[in-house]
Write a protein that binds this ligand. Structure first.
Ligand code: ADP
Length: 677
């Protein structure tokens, strides 16, 4: 076990270091990789955005070019169309026919000319001839002296023909410097929308032509919805202070996605080409890829984190286990190396291990006991077998077996041991035994017992033998008294009385002492009814009780106990006798005998209403020869309570008194309940 601990001790710090290194490196690597990745991603995104910007710009340029070309074409047409009205030589219908044929198919709604009052004097659509256009903005512009240039109107829903959206382009007709009408070509914005829409576009991209107020002239998607409407007023290309071409990013007014805008003003005419490229087309895939990679990296980092946390926890746990194991081993070492406790492991009656303390205890050298039979340490085969029979049922029940027994040393000496055994491994039949050498204690106990016995014997013999000379003294004193007879003076009679009283008291003392020394010597423990014992006591004390006029109340439910009936009778006789004797002069004694349970014991009480005992005397009362009253006041020797104490302790109990002087005393004693549970 110590080997593996040493290995753990060596390995744990190395493992901790290694794990820390791996975790640290992978964390640093992970974080660096993440930083690097983010840089690359940022660059990729910036590149993609720049590319998108460039494309938007190029598209805006090309839309502008297309629009310029178309508007120029329309202006040329107008210039040619007004020629016949200015010079008057040509046939307007013929000119118009030629012009219309030269225009891109589907681009023109109609061409017409008005006179100076606004009435249509010529139209490619004959139905409209004669209609007045005087309310039109372009007519107003030129009629009020507007300069001779191309007038670009805003789209309107046509009143004539197919009622399409039309963008009017107009020029003035002047004859001899006077206003003579206008020529107008209607551009179908559908055509412009289609023309700009053929550029290479992604599905979400938008190209449009708007005027300086933001009115749509063309849009590649849904131009029908756009016509007549304006772009949001805060678009930077509507700001006259901004340059003629630029790019910006904004959220689309259509669906809120991020859009790259580019614009180019046509400058010659108040028109702007606007391109809005959906970022998703160009950058979306990059963003998706970035998100996926980021997720992967984050997951990897999280995995590393949790892994390192796991490793940390594991190492912490291992460290704690190691500490615990070390502590355990320390405890075990203290125990195993202890000088006081011998420890032996036994498998199938053979010693398989013994600690130095055990070897020393039995006088063997190191390792000498290993392999020996455990029997050899016992004084006899019978002792060994008896111990085994007592121990194994307890060990098999998983409990600790304890006993005090003799062991034999290598040199043949006997020692006493306090033995504890426990089952270690049931399957292999291994038991563990701990031994404490109690030889010295046992020797002391023996000496004490012997001395006590000798003392008791001495007291018995002494008191017994002392009564003989005492009897001689009293009998010769009586003889002298008789011989002297009437010759005795009153004083001599008194002296004789003192001498006889002293001798009698001495005899009483000796008898009581004898009783004290005899107590417990020949006791026989049998089941006893306390009620019977009390009954017999009361018979013995009948005369004294009657003379004192005492009332004795005995509890009905006195128990049965195990004890010596003669000693128990003496116990009650002393206590009840005292209760009668130490009565108060002014009232007859009232004595109560009770009993109740107290744990595993019976608590007996004898209460009286006598003179009582002062608190400071209550303990002293139980010592031998201790009297608490003045000599001559009450008869006695001061031995009775000492005998009671000896009897109670001999029965395994305790005795004490509680009292209030002048009111009475209650004596208590306990008797263990030895009846089977
Ligand atoms: P003794 O009665 O022979 O004097 P004990 O040992 O029986 O000796 O009692 C010791 C002393 O305790 C007594 O002298 C008496 O002073 C006191 N004592 C004993 N029992 C009582 C009692 N019931 N009430 C008051 N005092 C008592």
């Amino acid at each position: 076990m110590s080997l593996s601990v040493r290995m753990i001790r060596f390995r744990l710090p190395v493992l901790t270091l290694l794990a820390g290194l791996i975790v640290g490196l992978s964390m640093v690597g992970g974080v660096l990789y993440k930083i690097d990745l983010e840089r690359v991603q940022d660059r990729l995104l910036a590149d993609a955005l720049a590319r998108n910007d460039l494309r938007a710009k190029q598209l805006a340029d090309s839309v502008a070019q297309q629009t310029v070309a178309l508007v120029r074409l329309f202006d040329m047409a107008l210039l040619q169309l007004r020629q016949p009205f200015v010079s008057g030589g040509l046939d307007p219908a013929g000119v118009a026919d030629i012009i219309l044929k030269g225009m891109p198919p589907g681009s023109v709604n109609m061409v017409f000319a008005t006179d100076e009052r606004g009435a249509i004097i010529y139209s490619s659509d004959p139905v409209s001839r004669g209609l007045s256009m005087a309310d039109r903005a372009y007519f107003g512009f030129f009629a009020n002296g507007g300069e001779d240039r191309l007038y670009v109107g805003i789209p309107f829903k046509g009143r004539l023909g197919a009622k399409n959206w039309v963008i009017p382009f107009a020029r003035v007709i002047r004859k001899n410097g006077h206003f003579a009408g206008v020529v107008v070509v209607g551009l179908l914005p559908e055509y412009l929308s289609k023309a700009v829409g053929v550029l290479s576009l992604n599905p979400g991209d938008i190209v449009a032509v708007v005027d300086y107020d933001g009115y749509f002239f063309a849009r590649n998607h849904n131009e029908q919805e756009a016509l007549g409407r304006r772009t949001p007023a805060d678009r930077p290309f509507l700001d006259p202070h901004r340059s003629d071409s630029d790019t910006f990013r904004a959220t689309s007014s259509v669906d809120g996605t991020m859009v790259d805008f580019a614009w180019k003003r046509l400058t010659e005419w108040p028109l702007i080409s606007v391109v809005a490229l959906d970022e998703r087309a160009e950058i979306g895939s990059i963003r998706t890829a970035i998100a996926a990679t980021s997720l992967r990296v984050n997951l990897t980092l999280a995995a590393i984190m949790s892994f390192s946390l796991g490793i940390g926890g594991l190492l912490l746990w291992a460290r704690r286990q190691q500490r615990r194991m070390e502590r355990l081993l320390d405890e075990q070492r203290v125990m195993l190396e202890s000088e006081l406790v011998g420890i032996v492991k036994v498998a199938n009656r053979a010693i398989i291990w013994a600690n130095p303390a055990f070897e020393k205890m039995l006088g063997y050298g190191p390792g000498e006991l290993v392999g020996a039979s455990s029997r050899q340490n016992y004084p006899s085969e019978e002792a060994y077998v008896a111990l085994g029979q007592a121990a194994y049922p307890i060990l098999d029940a998983g409990k600790i077996f304890r006993v005090q027994c003799e062991h034999v040393r290598k040199d043949g000496d006997h020692i006493w041991v306090d033995l504890s055994g426990a089952l270690l491994d049931r399957n292999k039949g291994i038991t563990l035994w701990a031994f404490i050498d109690i030889t010295e204690r046992k020797a002391l106990e023996f000496t004490l017992k012997r001395t006590n016995a000798e003392l008791e014997q001495f007291a018995y013999v002494a008191s017994h033998d002392m009564r003989q000379p005492l009897r001689m003294v009293t009998s010769y004193l009586s003889l002298i008294e008789k011989r002297l007879g009437p010759a005795m003076t009153a004083e001599m009679k008194e002296f004789f009385g003192f001498a006889m009283g002293g001798a009698k008291h001495m005899d009483r003392l000796i008898v009581d002492l004898l009783e004290y020394s005899r107590t417990g010597r020949s006791a026989k423990f049998v089941p006893v009814s306390v009620g019977d014992v009390v009954g017999e006591t009361l018979v013995n004390l009948e005369v004294a009780i009657r003379e004192a006029g005492a009332v004795v109340i005995v509890a009905a439910d006195l128990p049965n106990v195990v004890g010596d009936p003669i000693e128990l009778t003496r116990l009650f006789q002393n206590l009840i006798g005292n209760a009668v004797k130490y009565r108060a002069p002014d009232r007859p004694p009232r004595i109560e005998i009770g009993c109740r349970r107290q744990g595993r014991a019976w608590l007996v009480s004898i209460g009286d209403n006598g003179i009582g005992i002062a608190a400071e005397d209550q303990e002293r009362a139980f010592a031998i020869f201790q009297r608490l009253v003045a000599p001559g006041e009450y008869e006695g020797t001061g031995i009775g309570l000492a005998v009671c104490k000896k009897i109670v302790e001999h029965h395994g109990g305790r005795i004490w008194v509680e009292s209030t002087p002048g009111e009475g005393s209650t004596f208590y004693f306990t008797l263990p309940d030895r009846s089977p549970v």
